[in-house]
Design a binder for this molecule. Structure first.
Ligand code: KG4
Ligand code: ZN
Length: 337
């Protein structure tokens, strides 16, 4: 079954063609970083307008790359939510009208389930597993029993991990989005220079909080005179990054203990982080568990993961009618909204 996937939940316009939920024929992304950079964060109205401009062009080039014709596409799967409502509305309306004109099903996909499905496009992952989703909009731990059957174990009570990376990058004058730059700079810094808070590490719950950490970095920076010497910026970046990683790794370890599972799937943009990958390698060796990380292009927002997840929804008989609507907020049990 050849599926066209469309993703427009935030600031990446993405289109993909995937066969049988696992073979990527084409996976293209038009980043909007340049559009939002000047504002230091995503401007929702610009995101919607840019999706509208990019989608038709991206669609043409993706089909060409996949070497498939319109009559080979059997269904269209599109991100239904969570995300920016205006941005989602552009993708959903585009997907529905396209599917309607081709007389094929249109399926709404949960973006978070899509992220958790990304690892399956590159590796043989088996259920059940603990899913750690760390992106710019979400940070949560899931008990993933099977495809489309996940329950939340803990979530962030304020900022998402990626959001904290982006805000701290802004404080350090590193541009937007800043996660990748903090990751790069941290390699030159000393992670022990500053001792930043690790929220909720002393409590048994599996929740996260990153807004106090971001504020602690801000207070530390205010104590210095600008401009800082470069070494200080990399020390700040490395110390901040280590505080985030300590919490992510420790809470995931506790989720493994609680569920008794031996497999972890890490997903979302922050899963690109090189230190997170290093830290989980250590856990793998010490605890005899298996940790899956998708490659960078499948960690950040993409449409291949949406097509892959949509394929399973169709197989489970969950194909939506054309009447579904986008939703902005994440439900606690993921599966069909
Ligand atoms: O999954 P994603 O593309 O979008 C959302 O669904 O939010 O994640 C984007 C987030 C941004 O906050 C970005 O700064 C962060 O992922 N990110 C990273 C790295 N690469 C991207 N954070 C830390 N280290 C990285 N290498
Ligand atoms: Zn995402």
């Amino acid at each position: 079954m050849i599926i066209l996937g469309i993703e427009t939940s935030c600031d990446e316009t993405a289109v993909a063609v995937v066969e049988d939920g696992e073979k990527i024929l084409a996976n293209t992304i038009a980043s909007q970083d340049e559009v939002h950079e000047a504002y230091g964060g995503v401007v929702p109205e610009w995101a919607s307008r840019t999706h509208l401009e990019s989608l038709p062009v991206l669609l043409e080039s993706t089909l060409k790359k996949a070497n498939v014709s319109w009559n080979q596409i059997e269904a269209i799967c599109v991100t239904q939510g969570p995300g920016l409502l205006g941005a989602l509305l552009v993708g959903v309306s585009f997907a529905k009208s396209l599917a309607y004109s081709l007389h094929i099903p249109c399926v709404g996909v949960n973006h978070l389930e899509g992220h958790l499905q990304a690892a399956f496009l590159e590796a043989k992952v088996s259920y059940p597993f603990v899913g750690l989703l760390v992106s710019g909009g979400h940070t949560a731990l899931y008990d993933v029993k099977n495809v489309g059957d996940s329950q939340i174990l803990g979530t962030t009570l304020d900022d998402a991990a990626g959001e904290a990376f982006d805000k701290v990058a802004k404080i350090l004058g590193l541009g937007y989005p800043g996660g990748r730059e903090i990751d790069r700079l941290s390699r030159y810094g000393n992670k022990e220079t500053f001792c930043f808070p690790r929220a909720y590490l002393d409590s048994e719950n599996l929740h996260f909080s990153f807004s106090g950490l971001k504020t602690a970095v801000l207070h530390q920076v205010r104590e210095f005179e600008e401009p800082f010497i470069p070494a200080l910026v990399s020390d700040l970046a490395a110390s901040f990054q280590e505080a985030v990683m300590d919490v992510l790794v420790e809470k995931t370890r506790r989720a493994l203990c609680r569920t008794g599972y031996r497999t972890v799937v890490v997903a979302g943009g922050v899963a690109c982080n090189s230190r997170l990958r290093e830290r989980f390698k250590e856990v793998e060796l010490q605890k005899n568990i298996t940790v899956f990380f998708p490659s960078a292009k499948l960690c950040t927002d993409n449409a291949a993961m949406i097509a892959a997840m949509g394929y399973h929804s169709i197989r489970q008989g969950k194909a939506s009618s054309y009447s579904f609507s986008p939703f902005a907020n994440a439900p606690l049990v993921i599966g069909s909204p």
